[in-house]
Design a protein around this ligand. Structure first.
Ligand code: PLP
Ligand code: COI
Length: 341
């Protein structure tokens, strides 16, 4: 198979139309088998549930070319599981987990020419999603849905690669107490767009959202969880019912404990504690671990001891170990790597 002629090393995090996408429809109470198609456009009724009441959920994962030339993806079963939970919360018919993984495999296989080569720094970002395609005008769940998977080659999520980011504490909330912050629904991202624009207009890279009930605990950003390192080298990750359970964060916790021998604690984190931490990172599929150098809350400026030039030492070790596992340089825990080709 001949690779596409792309400047792999200089890709940004953007969408590019690739050759195939997977589509399956839900109708008359059941999911059809689904198939690969070439048309990237979606045609739906003007009154489709997604257009009127925002009934949509999605996932994000990546495929890699390993050191040995295999094409693999990382823990797709975890995305299948999370999408299942998201579907239930938005009253959508869950897509069967095994078929979810098969759809990922088929989509990546069909687009193998778009999987960036080993060592290029780029990856193939895979976007499974599901939306209400059936018409609804009264407020209720739709009767018909579509599940799709497309993929697109991407470079780093944040421009500048691993240069530490500057965040601001957002004056807006991303999620509601007892709302939908813990599932991956498009509506959460719509909620965060204004905050994102305001942060950018003020010269910040991203937002730090606080808990919506008391605004005293750290939650997450619009697209990644937080990971802190204490001055004693312990990993601390915020716990809350309105945070998306990041697969990267859960994997990093395992890596920290089992590969690096670090102590880990997953617990509520007060905003007032963070000035005492040594390092901070954003973790997610797109972000991998992006180091944070500074957090600004109004007049208060917190610069982590790791500084604004380089990622902190432990953040860097976590990043190297996780990407080593994903790219086949380091042996992976059982079941983490799904071979595609
Ligand atoms: N939090 C939010 C709001 C996200 O959008 C994402 C991205 O998927 C994450 C966290 C990180 O999750 P994961 O590591 O599963 O990609
Ligand atoms: C991901 O990391 O997969 C995300 O979904 C984050 C962002 C692109 C929304």
């Amino acid at each position: 198979m001949e690779k596409k002629d792309l400047d792999w090393g200089n890709l940004g995090f953007g969408y590019m139309t690739t050759d195939y996408r997977f589509v399956a429809n839900y109708k008359d109470g059941k999911w059809e088998k689904g198939e690969l198609i070439t048309d990237p456009n979606v045609t739906i009724n003007e009154c489709a549930g997604i257009l009127q009441y925002c009934q949509e959920i999605f996932e994000g994962l990546k495929a890699y070319t390993t050191k040995d030339g295999d094409i693999v993806c990382f823990r797709p079963d975890m995305n299948a599981e999370r999408m299942y939970d998201s579907a239930k919360r938005l009253e959508m018919p869950p897509f069967p987990k095994e078929e979810f993984v098969n759809a990922i495999v088929e989509t990546v296989k069909a687009n193998a020419a778009w999987v960036p080569p080993y060592g290029s720094g780029a990856t193939l970002y895979i976007r499974p999603y599901m939306f209400a395609s059936g018409p609804v005008i009264g407020v209720k769940p739709a009767d018909e849905y579509q599940f799709r998977v497309f993929c697109t080659p991407v470079g780093p999520y944040f421009k500048g690669g691993i240069k530490p980011l500057t965040l601001c504490v957002s004056q807006f909330d991303r999620a509601a107490p007892r709302g939908t912050g813990h599932i991956k629904a498009g509506l959460n991202y719509a909620m965060s767009l204004h905050a994102h624009s305001v942060a950018h207009a003020n010269g910040f890279d991203e937002n730090m959202f606080l808990d919506p009930a008391t605004r005293t605990y750290v939650e997450e950003t619009g697209g990644a969880n937080f990971l802190f390192v204490t001055k004693d080298g312990e990993i601390v990750t915020p716990k809350s019912d309105s945070i998306l359970p990041s697969i990267t964060r859960r994997s990093l916790i395992y890596v920290a404990e089992h590969y690096l021998g670090l102590k880990v604690s997953h617990r509520p984190v007060k905003f007032e504690e963070i000035k005492d931490f040594a390092e901070c990172g954003l973790c997610g599929t797109a972000a991998v671990i992006s180091p944070v150098g500074r957090v600004v809350n109004g007049d208060e400026v917190i610069t982590f001891p790791s500084g604004m030039e380089e990622p902190g030492e432990i953040t860097k070790k976590l990043l190297d170990t996780l990407t080593g596992i994903q790219q086949g340089r380091i042996e992976a825990p059982e079941g983490w790597i799904k071979k595609i080709l």
